[in-house]
Ligand binder design. Structure first.
Ligand code: AMP
Length: 313
């Protein structure tokens, strides 16, 4: 008997970014939360992408996604519209950034319609996009085993009610520390995570950029994953989405549990994929990876936190 592999659906932005870092600038950098997520997750599981782009979206990027094994049949191309565009500038520390421009373009009128074969997929990730669109996609799924969601400060500010509604259906929420504070109104990160869990998500992952990520799980346990100390960060854009791709991609592998120790391993695969992402602009570094290279970095993470147990008593 052949057992079919689980599928992982992602909906999110597919974008053309304009990236400015203290050392370089790339005005037409293919990005978007779903793009980074899909590229990262494609090395671990079967990804199905749902999104929309305009006539200006480069063909090579769709070809890259397909070459990575991503099913792009849920990517709508609107000929009389333009792709979502985002312009961001990083500060000297490469952790803080300022959004200079956001143009929703084709996302303004987007009505996601999932291909029939996507609806029964076991795993769903609602990557950063308007919470209403996240809800639309969730409503079209039959009964996913695990639902993840990512969001950002903009939606916490301008679509708070829509966001809180979709959070009720979420098993794992990923957000950064500032967003957790903004969503909860709590400054302390432990209190913030508790307050965020009370909104619905059973597990909360708080991403802290170069300081790694914390998992507050359904059993009330905390797990800390480091970030890889890198000598040069080229472009942090998409690190959070790549983290989510590695995290969900691991959980969507055949035979992997979706709780307990597996969530901790998923945190490390997330950190591994984020560490590759920041080594290049766009998805340059995520493209063309292989299992051996990914596994080598996984081992590097293992040795990063490996210490001998000792006792003073
Ligand atoms: P990250 O660095 O993981 O926060 O993700 C960066 C990506 O998010 C960029 O490639 C942008 O295109 C995308 N992005 C920026 N603003 C938004 C937004 N308001 N909604 C959806 N995606 C966005």
């Amino acid at each position: 008997m052949t057992v079919s592999k689980p599928h992982l659906v992602v909906v999110g932005s597919v974008a053309i970014d304009w990236i400015i870092t203290p050392r370089a600038e790339r005005p037409e950098s293919v990005g978007g939360s779903a793009t980074f997520f899909a590229m990262a997750a494609s090395y671990l599981s079967q990804v199905r992408l749902v999104g929309v782009v305009g006539r200006d979206f480069p063909d090579y990027a769709v070809a890259d996604l397909k070459a990575a094994g991503v099913d792009t049949s849920g990517l709508e191309i609107v000929q009389d519209g333009l792709t979502f565009r985002w312009k961001g500038q990083y500060h000297e520390n490469m952790n803080d950034r300022t959004t200079l421009e956001t143009h929703l373009n084709v996302f303004e009128k987007f009505q996601p319609r999932l291909p029939d074969e996507f609806r029964g997929s076991e795993f769903l990730f609602l990557a950063n996009i308007q919470p209403r669109l996240q809800s639309d996609v969730f409503a079209q799924m039959q009964r996913p085993r695990l639902v993840g969601l990512d969001t950002m400060n903009l939606w916490i500010s301008i679509a708070n009610d829509d966001l809180k509604a979709v959070l009720k259906n979420v098993d794992v929420l990923t957000l950064n520390d500032e967003e957790a504070r903004q969503l909860s109104g709590e400054h302390n990160i432990v209190k913030a995570a508790r307050a965020v869990r009370a909104l619905g998500p059973r597990n909360v992952v708080i991403k802290r950029g170069e300081y790694g990520a914390l998992l507050f799980d359904a059993d009330g346990e905390v797990f800390s994953a480091p970030a890889l100390p890198l000598e040069e960060v080229v472009d942090p854009t998409g690190a959070g989405d790549s983290f989510a791709g590695g995290f969900m991609g691991y959980l969507a592998r055949p035979g992997v549990e979706t709780s307990g120790a597996s969530l901790r391993t998923a945190m490390i695969y997330g950190s591994v994929m984020a560490s590759f992402c920041v080594e290049g602009f766009s998805y340059d570094r995520l493209k063309g990876l292989d299992a051996a290279t990914i596994q080598k970095r996984f081992e590097t993470f293992a040795s990063l936190t490996n210490f001998a147990r000792a006792s003073l008593t």
